[in-house]
Each structure stands twice: as structure tokens, then as C-alpha cells.
Design a protein around this ligand. Structure first.
Ligand SMILES: [Zn+2]
Length: 401
């Protein structure tokens, strides 16, 4: 059924430097068959319907509300069992993330409950998180594996992600995450990395279980050389390449990712000027994860330098049980605009058009003919209201293709 949304403040996210969000004060959007077929001034809507020979089955008067593309969360770890509330309490008393990880907490503490959980349990937990995200405006969510770490277990997580995505009313983009070397393989980590390169990555590509491979390159995780081997295998298998980079220390993986033509590098609290220049030249997206940064009390990434160099900036939730157990992108937009000194326009593009680019998607994140009909109507008129009123859910309704 075709739908005409009219009397809306339409944010197309297709704007210029002068008007980055591409706002139409009294706008309208026509959708048909799961796609947008026309966007423009409301006074031209009737003529557009005639010209396109589309008869809207419903006309939705939005009463001046803000209408935006559906939000895209390009970095989440939404499949896991258990929680780490006790670690949160320890950190509140001053313990650091790396101290907790060294004592057997951190990622390793999520392995046991995730490995022990049945497929149906993991699927239900994941769907619950997807639905919570949709309620705050997310219509596409990337979900990484990474809390099993065995070859068979990571393949299982990716299959469960696919099942959850097929049942949830939003789009799911699966990513294989090589997260850390599991505790039981620390004595033969070279053999473990070889398994990832020779078995896991090619199987994921052959079975189309993910569109990208992500590696966590940092203290306590993978080295730069290990990251190069895994991401090289991913590229050879035709998969997109991404990495967690410089959250705690700069291991030089941002330059590596730029060389490999990575879709994104994520975190970047620690990154050199040379790496920033390389990312800009490669067109690699820098994904800002302010929730995790604030919760771990890390210094913010060098946003001004990234902006000055022309590196595209996305903003994501990093939804995970350790450092950011939250799926609301409006909350992340608030942190991006306050703690990271991003502009409101940068925060909006970071959860729409630039987030789509971080996932290698061109059919969403903006309102243009041909894009997916993923829309959010907000109980707000001005784009700044969404991060400004971060404690209220201002979503009026969510439409997904
Ligand atoms: Zn992450």
C-alpha cells in the first residue's frame, strides 16, 4: 500500500554545507512497496502522486512533527547472555576495565553464559534488544558475534543473529567479530589465529553469515599483525573489513585499516595524526562510541582533528554487557554532542547517512526516491530536541520497509 506522510518537517539528510540535514519545513514523503518514491514540499504532493500514478492508500497528517530517516546503529554486540552489573559496581568504585579483564572479568565473563545458552534463549534475548532499539528509532542494527570465540560457536551465534533478524521488525546486518583470544587458547594463540584465518572467515563468507569481519585490536585483544592476517583473509573472501581500534592504546591498526580500504574504524580514543590523514584519504568512516568512552572514563577521541581532516563520523551505541548496556541512539547523540563536542548536525548524520556508509549500505540513512521506507516520526519539531531531551523517548512512530 502506498502511504503519503504530509505536513511534516522532513529531514532528508541529503543536505549541503549550508543545510547539512536537508530540512523541508512543510514537507511530504510518499512511499510505495517498501520504498520511498517521492520527497518534496507538501504543496507539490498531489501533483507528484498524479505524475507517478500512485494513489496513496493512507494519508498521514503529521501536524508539523519531525520526520527523519530510520536510525542506523552501525556497532552493536547485541547477542550475549548474562550481565556484568557487578563489574559496573567495581568500576564505580575505581577499578579499571583492563584490571577487571585481567582478573577474569570483561569479555571472558560473558563467554560462559553465552556458550551455555540455548539457541532459543539467545534468539529471544537478541530480539528483545532489537525491539528495545526500534522503540527509540532504530530501523537498521548491526549485530556482531564475538562472545563464544570457538569456530563452531561463532558460526552458531551468526546463525542465531540471522534467525533473530528474520523475526524482528527491523533490518539486521550481521558482522563476524574476532573479539579476543579465548582463555583456553592463550597457550597456542598462533594456532587459534590460523583457525580464524583458514576456517572461520572462509566459512562465514561461503555460508553468507556476515557481510563484514571486525577485529578488536588493542591491549588484551589481537595484535596488529594478527589483525592484518584476519582482515586480509576477510578481504580475500570478499567480505567488508572493520576494526575496533585505539580504545585503550594505539597499535597502528587505523593505518592498516586505511590500507585495506576498511568500511570503518571504531573507538579511536587513541589515534595518531598520520592515521587520521590515512583514514581521510581512504574514505574510511570513524565510528564514535561515546557511551563506552564515558562509562570507562576514557579521554574522548580527537573529534576536531578527525573533522578537520575530513574523516566521516558515525555514532553508534556499542550495545554490549561490559561497557555500554544501552541501545538508545538518541542517548548516544546526546553524549556525542556534549562529551565529544560534535554538532547536532554531525550527530544526526552519524546515526543516519554516515552510519549506513559504515555498513556499506547505500539504500538507507537518507530520504530520497529509491531508499528503503524506514522512517521515524518524532514528537518534536527541531532536530536538536532529540539529543537535548535525551531522557525522554520522543519517538511518535517507527515505520520499517
Ligand atoms: Zn564494540
Amino acid at each position: 500500500m502506498a502511504s503519503l506522510y504530509h505536513r511534516a518537517r522532513v529531514m532528508t539528510c541529503t543536505g549541503s554545507d549550508a543545510d547539512p540535514l536537508g530540512l523541508i519545513a512543510n514537507g511530504a514523503v510518499l512511499t510505495d512497496g517498501g520504498h520511498i518514491v517521492w520527497v518534496g514540499d507538501a504543496v507539490d504532493a498531489a501533483a507528484a502522486c498524479r505524475a507517478l500514478d500512485v494513489l496513496p492508500g493512507e494519508r498521514v497528517d503529521l501536524g508539523g512533527r519531525l520526520l527523519t530517516p530510520g536510525l542506523i546503529d552501525c556497532h552493536t554486540h547485541a547477542i550475549f547472555a548474562g550481565d556484568r552489573a557487578a563489574e559496573f559496581a567495581l568500576r564505580a568504585r575505581g577499578a579499571s576495565y583492563l584490571e577487571i579483564a585481567a582478573a577474569g572479568g570483561g569479555i571472558a565473563a560473558t563467554l560462559a553464559p553465552t556458550r551455555a545458552a540455548a539457541d532459543a534463549t539467545l534468539e529471544r534475548l537478541t530480539i528483545d534488544r532489537l525491539l528495545a532499539a526500534r522503540a527509540t528509532g532504530t530501523t537498521t542494527m548491526e549485530v556482531k558475534s564475538g562472545y563464544d570465540l570457538t569456530v563452531a560457536g561463532e558460526l552458531r551465534l551468526l546463525r542465531v543473529i540471522a534467525h533473530a533478524g528474520a523475526r524482528a521488525p527491523l533490518a539486521v546486518v550481521p558482522t563476524l567479530l574476532c573479539h579476543v583470544v579465548p582463555p583456553e587458547r592463550r597457550s597456542d594463540r598462533a594456532a587459534y589465529v590460523r583457525e580464524l584465518v583458514e576456517v572461520l572467515v572462509p566459512t562465514v563468507a561461503a555460508d553468507r553469515l556476515a557481510t563484514s569481519v571486525d577485529v578488536y585490536c588493542d591491549d588484551g585483544a589481537f595484535t596488529r599483525d594478527e589483525t592484518a592476517a584476519i582482515l586480509g583473509a576477510a578481504r580475500n573472501a570478499g567480505l567488508g573489513v572493520r576494526a575496533h581500534v585505539g580504545q585503550f592504546s594505539d597499535h597502528g591498526a587505523a593505518e592498516l585499516c586505511a590500507e585495506l580500504g576498511a568500511l570503518s574504524v571504531d573507538h579511536l580514543e587513541q589515534v595518531s595524526p598520520a592515521a587520521i590523514a590515512a583514514l581521510a584519504a581512504a574514505g574510511t568512516v570513524a565510528v564514535m562510541l561515546p557511551g563506552a568512552c564515558v562509562q570507562l572514563r576514557l579521554p574522548p577521541p580527537p573529534v576536531a582533528a578527525l573533522r578537520a581532516a575530513g574523516v566521516p563520523l558515525a555514532v553508534a551505541s556499542d550495545l554490549n554487557p561490559g561497557s555500554s548496556y544501552a541501545s538508545s541512539l538518541p542517548v548516544q547523540m546526546w553524549l556525542a554532542t556534549t562529551h565529544f563536542s560534535m554538532s547536532v548536525e554531525e550527530a544526526w548524520l552519524g546515526v543516519t547517512r554516515i552510519a549506513a556508509r559504515a555498513l556499506g549500505l547505500v539504500d538507507r540513512g537518507l530520504l530520497v526516491p529509491g531508499a528503503r521506507a524506514d522512517l521515524v516520526v518524532w514528537n518534536a519539531e527541531h532536530p536538536a530536541e532529540i539529543p537535548y531531551r535525551y531522557g525522554s523517548n520522543l519517538v511518535d512512530r517507527v515505520v520499517t520497509a
